[in-house]
Design a protein around this ligand. Structure first.
Ligand SMILES: O=C(O)CNC(=O)[C@H](CS)NC(=O)CCC(=O)C(=O)O
Length: 279
């Protein structure tokens, strides 16, 4: 296949329920596929984005009952595209822990779930502007990292706050990831200060494409997210980026051979040293 892999990031402002969320994202995915995208990625919280606890709890169900997850699996099959549901907030299925999973689902072009990843690092943070998040109250962190093979190369899965943990990305790259997905719902202040720099740093360190579809704008629950969905190349260059927070499609063509070129030029992934003295 010449010319590279056509991908599309879907930037969303997901409503609070899975029905509305599906209606919000579906036309954008259709448009991306009609424009030639073979791999489409959506942000964190694609099925539900709601912080008010009662509404959030009411909206969350299991992965196989969630209207948005089911609808998006059918849509991937209908359109013949691979789809990363950046995350769906679903019941974790862990006995004795009522918290949800913040879960990426990789869907193949037949609509099957080929990989799952539960967000490892949960966002428990007090920001200087007074915004407070305690994701650990409602989300059970996952137990392990995940890579998955696509027809175009291996994909490493991460979610949002995971971007701040470089060793996770390094391990994904060492496990063969040529692309790293970073679906997000970044806060506005941390997005402005850190988003682009973190994405570019992870791409440079790993020599992998970083694919970062984001929630953006002012949401029903009153929160504001940063948007600015971004595709970074393995040399750290910005290939495509939304310059606003409104729902949109960010298209890019990935030359997968750029991964080997970047890693050959600077083979830092193979140059780790054990520098700490034994304790
Ligand atoms: O729970 C949901 O509804 C969707 N998930 C989120 O919004 C998550 C947890 S609150 N947000 C982040 O991880 C932001 C990270 C961030 O902004 C940073 O690292 O600076």
């Amino acid at each position: 296949m010449s010319g590279g892999l056509d991908i599309a990031l879907i930037q969303t402002r997901t409503p609070a329920t899975a029905d509305a969320a599906l209606a919000h994202v579906e036309p954008l995915i259709r448009e991306a596929a009609a424009g030639g995208a073979k791999f489409v990625l959506t942000p964190e919280g694609t099925n539900v984005l709601e912080q008010r606890r009662d509404r959030r709890d009411a909206a969350i169900t299991t992965e196989d009952a969630d209207v948005a997850v089911l609808g998006l699996r059918h849509l991937a099959a209908e359109l013949g595209v691979w789809l990363l549901i950046g995350s769906a907030i679903v019941r974790s299925g862990h006995a004795g822990d009522s918290r949800a999973a913040n879960r990426s689902l990789l869907i193949d072009a037949a609509g099957g779930i080929v990989a799952r990843y539960d967000k490892l690092h949960v966002f428990d943070v007090h920001l200087p502007n007074g915004e407070t998040y305690r994701e650990s109250a409602t989300v059970r962190p996952g137990d392990g990292a995940a890579v998955a093979d696509t027809p175009w190369g291996r994909l490493g899965l991460t979610i949002c706050y995971d971007i701040r943990f470089p060793h996770l990305h390094r391990q994904l790259a060492k496990a063969g990831a040529a692309m790293i997905a970073v679906p997000a719902a970044f806060t506005a202040p941390t997005g402005e200060a850190h988003w682009e720099t973190l994405l570019r740093a992870r791409a440079i360190e790993t020599g992998a494409f970083v694919l970062a579809p984001a929630q953006g704008g002012l949401h029903e629950d009153g929160r504001r997210t940063w948007g600015r969905s971004t595709v970074v190349g393995p040399w750290g260059e910005i290939i495509a980026k939304a310059d606003h927070d409104d729902p949109c499609i960010v298209k890019a063509k990935l030359d997968m051979e750029a991964v080997a070129r970047a890693r050959a030029a600077v083979p830092a992934l193979t140059h780790d040293r054990d520098f700490l003295p034994a304790v």
